[in-house]
Design a protein. Sequence first.
Length: 87
Amino acid sequence: NMSRVIDISEVAQHNKEDDCWIVIRGKVYDVTEFIEEHPGGEGVLIAYGGTDCTEQFESVIHSQAATEIMKELEKGVLKGYKPKSKL
């Protein structure tokens, strides 16, 4: 099951409440169907729609359940993604 490689320019087009993708740690997620269920509120996902919100994601504690949900929502991987090295 090869992950689809998605350019950030494509992600950027999905920035609306009814069509919302985000990037976290180099993976692209379609969170459209999840917006209303997001425990942290709908607004935050819509606000970061179409962008890489890794830092915002990591600044908030997310549950193991979140990790499971994210696996379900994954669309592909971000083109050219390089993990930031932890110093």
